[in-house]
Design a protein around this ligand. Structure first.
Ligand code: SF4
Ligand code: SF4
Length: 725
């Protein structure tokens, strides 16, 4: 299920100036469609700074954020001067609660940067990112002063100064000009050895197309592929976020960059007059596109992020908001339709990125031809991540799906699942051991574990996340949470397991274990301790309902879905209790128990638990067997407004098939009239949607015979056993 909530803003891009000492011809602030900079104050006044700091502090407090990033941006932020920047930083820091970590960063062209500034920034822990397009001949193509002079020498001087401050120097941003060969560019940056390099395509869309591409349609494609190959072969030690993200997403991980489309809005811009803006690069589209028409003096951040423009932007970051071409594109899971400003056609954004051909070619190239640095295996395309059906595994899926006491078909899949998890845990343990990240005592403890204890630990939801992060790290890659922050992992979690093994029980409600929610970043917020205490009895009552409904399904939950985590509901709608589970944390069921302050009934919580458990059971099966040959083209789903991947509809039918019988049971057994009435409505609507979903799947060529068998059997039994409601 989707998590429906307001966007969680974790980065604030503060335009402390609206002027610059350079005039780069591609600059989205000064030289694109939106010319609003002309009417903005050249620098942010102290009154506006005060109001900005107050709004950030208010938002952080309201949303209980542990971490936010504040980026001082412009124009050129150093036009404000370093002392005023530091004062602004202190103002924000003083207002934000101490429990929230605030990182500060400056994006500068470097021309004004002096050693004194860097001493000050280092003392204050403000990090610096520098804009530099490459060697002199590259930089002088675009990054000139207003009088047309080169900025290169001063910027290079700034670069060498920054090298003396490695603690605060985070990296370089360079805009690509395909006239400069990728080898020249990478050789230059290899010499400089920056901590990280961000390569950006020049901002363009269907109104203002990529420079020089009309004359040479393959210009950027060839450049990107050549650059990637040269980087892999010679310079993969340079951290290039664009390529790193491409590799990660080709492995099925979520990319976290504006160059790729999926995700959620996590950044808010604030201009020098205090006006709130969406992603600042939207200024390349049309006058006023990024302006949210509210400011720090009249609106809170929480209020402004609920506005129509932000909602419309969020939709474009989801598969359902993409144009038809992108929705059926074989690399959509990696590309996501591309950067939103690059999709604009003069009136709207429902288009592939103007760099569609480049993205398609580059992603396909990476997926099929390139060996991962440090790895011996070929990259697997994200669209074929599912496993092939092993001829060794032969089960009756209809029997597997039933919850019953003796179920050899279930046992086969469960055994495979256990072996898979044990293997992954052992791999992570060996990596940690080899790197001696934990104490000898802990290593001895894990080496002496009995097989049953090893199984218990490996199958635990949070252990699965930890092992996945460690095993990703062992490949030299990084794992990021939904906010885009890198998840760090070491042996300390093993110490935690050693000390808490007795709490790894089932059912385990709200265990105190940070690894259960780490991968979601700030997107998932745990319920308050007081609510947990107050509502424990509802969860217990829900489990009792499930036991009475079907003891076997209750036992199955104990076995493969041992953890229930109560989360806050950000939906804001009345009587809408969200729940979700995610294959990243298998076995953990995330359930909300309050909606607008009102408690859920035990029947609702029982439904949420059953719903998410069914997803878990199917994820477990998908670990061993392929169920659909392809997810494309998408199909219509009676539970969603927009088309869905074939496997998502299969999941929905699988889940709601059980819920149909559950609601029929509630309709018969509940004594409360309100619950009875609700159950009756659910039975009728679930039946209709189920039959609709089943029919769609029956006609779908991509369903493999094993899945088809299950859907056919559902159709037959539902036809025969329509429950009277
Ligand atoms: S230095 Fe940055 S803000 Fe200034 S003109 Fe160049 S791109 Fe724009
Ligand atoms: S490659 Fe093109 S069609 Fe495919 S998702 Fe990206 S923009 Fe859309």
């Amino acid at each position: 299920m989707q998590i429906v909530s307001d966007p969680r803003i974790s980065s604030f891009l503060i335009k402390v100036t609206a002027r610059c000492n350079l005039n780069c011809d591609y600059c989205y602030v000064f030289n694109h469609a939106d010319q609003s900079w002309k009417s903005l104050p050249s620098a942010m006044s102290t009154d506006t700074q005060e109001a900005v700091a107050t709004r950030i502090a208010e938002y952080v407090q309201e949303k209980k954020l542990d971490f936010v990033l504040v980026i001082f941006h412009g124009g050129e932020p150093l036009l404000l001067n370093s002392i005023r920047l530091v004062n602004f930083k202190r103002l924000i820091k003083d207002k934000v609660p101490q429990s929230t970590k605030v990182d500060f960063s400056i994006q500068t062209n470097g021309v004004l940067l002096k050693e004194d500034d860097l001493d000050l920034f280092q003392k204050e822990g403000i990090t610096i990112s520098l804009s530099l397009d490459g060697p002199k001949e590259a930089n002088d193509l675009h990054r000139l002063t207003p009088k047309g002079n080169s900025s290169f020498d001063k910027v290079l001087e700034a670069y060498h100064l920054l090298q003396k401050y490695p603690k605060i120097f985070t990296g370089v941003i360079a805009v690509i000009d395909p006239v400069v060969s990728p080898r020249t560019l990478l050789e230059f940056f290899n010499e400089l050895n920056p901590p990280a390099l961000d390569l950006l395509l020049p901002d363009a869309n269907y109104v203002k197309t990529p420079p020089k591409r009309n004359e040479n349609p393959n210009l950027y494609t060839k450049w990107l592929i050549d650059a990637f190959d040269i980087w892999v072969e010679n310079y993969s030690h340079i951290k290039i976020r664009f390529f790193d993200n491409l590799i990660l997403s080709s492995y099925g991980y979520k990319p976290r960059t504006d160059s790729f489309g999926f995700g959620d809005i996590s950044l808010l811009s604030i201009e020098s007059d205090g006006s709130y803006h969406d992603l600042d690069v939207l200024k390349i589209t049309q006058e006023g596109q990024s302006n949210l028409n509210k400011n720090v003096f009249n609106s809170s951040i929480a209020e402004v992020v609920q506005c129509e423009k932000i909602n419309a932007h969020r939709k474009l970051l989801d598969i359902e908001g993409l144009c038809q071409k992108c929705q059926v594109c074989p690399v959509v899971s990696v590309c996501g339709g591309g950067s939103v400003p690059h999709r604009f056609d003069g009136t709207q954004f429902k288009n592939p990125t103007i760099y569609c051909n480049e993205m398609l070619s580059l992603i396909t190239h990476v997926q099929h031809k390139v060996v991962l640095p440090g790895s011996t295996s070929l990259l697997k395309p994200a669209t074929t991540v599912m496993k092939d059906q092993s001829p060794k595994i032969q089960i009756d899926i209809i029997k597997f799906s039933e919850a019953k006491k003796f179920n050899p078909d279930f046992d086969i899949i469960y055994k495979e699942w256990c072996e898979h998890n044990i293997r992954e845990f052992k791999k992570a343990f060996e990596f940690i051991k080899a790197d001696s990240f934990c104490s000898k005592e802990t290593i001895n403890f894990f080496e002496r574990l009995e097989e049953t204890q090893l199984k218990q630990i490996s199958l635990y939801p949070s252990t699965h996340v930890w092992a996945k992060v460690i095993n990703t790290r062992s490949k030299g890659l990084q794992f990021k949470d939904l906010d885009g922050n890198i998840i760090s992992a070491d042996g300390s979690y093993l110490e935690f397991i050693k000390d808490h093994m007795d709490t790894f029980k089932s059912p385990n409600i709200n265990p105190n274990d940070l690894w259960l929610t780490k991968s979601f970043g700030s997107k998932v917020v745990l319920e308050d301790p007081s609510t947990l205490k107050k509502t424990q009895h509802i969860v217990q009552a829900a489990l009792k309902i499930i036991r009475e409904y079907k003891l076997e399904i209750y036992n199955e939950i104990l076995l493969i879905s041992p953890v229930i985590v109560l989360i806050k509901n950000h939906d804001g709608k009345e009587n809408n209790f969200i729940s979700f589970s995610d294959n990243m944390v298998p076995g953990a069921l995330f359930v909300s128990i309050l909606s607008k302050g009102k408690e859920a009934s035990p029947y609702t919580i029982a439904e949420s638990i059953l719903h998410e458990h069914r997803h878990q059971k199917l994820y477990m099966l998908e670990n061993s067997l392929k169920l659909v040959s392809s997810n494309l083209p998408y199909v219509s789903s009676p539970w969603k407004e927009d088309p869905r991947p074939v496997s998502a509809l299969f999941h929905a039918v699988y889940v709601f098939h059980e819920l149909y019988y559950y609601w029929a049971y509630v309709n018969k057994s509940a004594t409360d009239t309100e619950e009875k009435d609700r159950a009756k409505t659910e039975v009728i609507s679930t039946y209709e949607k189920l039959m609709n979903g089943i029919e769609t799947l029956c006609n779908n060529q991509n369903l493999l015979p094993i899945s088809k068998g299950l859907i056919d059997s559902y159709q037959k039994t539902l036809n025969l056993q329509r429950v009277s409601a």
